[in-house]
Design a protein around this ligand. Structure first.
Ligand SMILES: Cc1cc2nc3c(=O)[nH]c(=O)nc-3n(C[C@H](O)[C@H](O)[C@H](O)COP(=O)(O)OP(=O)(O)OC[C@H]3O[C@@H](n4cnc5c(N)ncnc54)[C@H](O)[C@@H]3O)c2cc1C
Length: 292
């Protein structure tokens, strides 16, 4: 279908883009890679009066560790995340997810910022960012504010950005010794959205027990889900305790709230969550240098 007509602006600075968004109110919308927004326009599920293209704004495409965090510019294409040796080595859950988002064409254009800002529970990066305890930097007329990933995903297609704010950076706590992560996704065919996906990030204590853990779930609720009860259960336990890991997986499945659709029944998806949590936890621990 042909999208409804809209005005188009391609500002060269962040302040210009924010001014445009502020002056046009709810009718204006940011466009980044267009991989989610263009299909919405074509299906006429969105009809903004102005598209503010942020591709020409300098400084929003970068991957760098500084101070206490890894900063990923919101406009960094998924393909650059996938190709980053720093991310592959130190933040493997992000690398895992970047490899299974759509196909290479989608990953060449689709940005990390767009993937989380879209607020689609079926997108892969939100669960990873929840597990990693990421923080999102939103820039608006009043300057920058930081939003924790756990406070960002409010509802399906609704995130905690104001209409005049642009997500400029994603900050992930810097990789520490004895930490590892993993993202696993079940898809019906290569390039498909997830039937269910699971992100696990762990940090092991010197004694081998799980000092810190993050668990994020994809496509099994109205938003990406942080499985807090599962995290609380596993903290302080060792990855060698089979019964403990089974309980971790059971609790995460209990916290999921999948709907029955063409990808499977709710009960089936809960079983998938449990299986993926158990496998992703094992892999994350292995990568952290602990048990597999
Ligand atoms: C064929 C196909 C397959 C796909 N498969 C997958 C998949 O398997 N997994 C997956 O996760 N995704 C998948 N997607 C979705 C898509 O890849 C992601 O949602 C994409 O990363 C969105 O990024 P974008 O830069 O294209 O965002 P856009 O489409 O440009 O924008 C998406 C939304 O985010 C907002 N937005 C974007 N950037 C910002 C910003 N910096 N600040 C504020 N708001 C912003 C826009 O206003 C819009 O509402 C697929 C898409 C296609 C077309």
């Amino acid at each position: 279908m042909v999208p409804p007509s809209f005005e188009y602006a391609s500002p060269k600075s962040l302040s210009e883009a924010i001014d445009l968004l502020a002056s046009r109110g709810e009718g204006a919308r940011v466009i980044a890679g267009g991989q989610s927004l263009i299909p919405l326009l074509k299906l006429r599920l969105a009809s903004p009066s102005l598209l503010v293209d942020i591709n020409r704004i300098p400084g929003l495409k970068r991957i760098e560790e500084s101070g206490e965090f890894l900063g990923i510019g919101a406009m960094t294409p998924m393909a650059e995340v996938e190709a980053s040796a720093l991310i592959r080595e130190n933040y493997p859950a992000i690398h895992d997810a970047s490899q299974v988002i759509g196909d290479p064409l989608v990953r060449n254009l689709g940005t990390v910022g767009g993937n989380v800002s879209h607020g689609d529970p079926n997108n892969d990066m939100p669960a990873v960012m929840l597990a990693l305890r990421a923080e999102f930097v939103a820039t608006g007329p009043g300057g920058e504010r930081k939003i924790r990933a756990q406070d960002f995903f409010l509802d399906t297609f609704t995130v905690a950005l104001n209409h005049n704010e642009i997500l400029t950076e994603i900050r992930v706590p810097r990789c520490r010794p004895r930490s590892g992560g993993c993202y696993l996704k079940l898809e019906q065919k290569v390039g498909d959205f997830a039937t269910a996906g699971v992100a696990v990030q762990v940090r092991l204590a010197k004694g081998g027990e799980c000092e810190e853990i993050g668990v994020g779930l994809t496509a099994v609720g109205p938003t990406a889900i942080r499985a807090r009860k599962a995290e609380d259960w596993m903290r302080g336990r060792t990855p060698f305790e089979r019964a403990a890991v089974q309980e971790l997986a059971r609790l995460a499945a209990e916290e999921s709230n999948p709907s029955t659709d063409m990808r499977g029944t709710s009960a089936y998806k809960k079983k998938v969550v449990a299986l993926l949590v158990s496998r992703a936890f094992g892999k994350a621990c292995e990568r952290a240098g602990g048990a597999s």
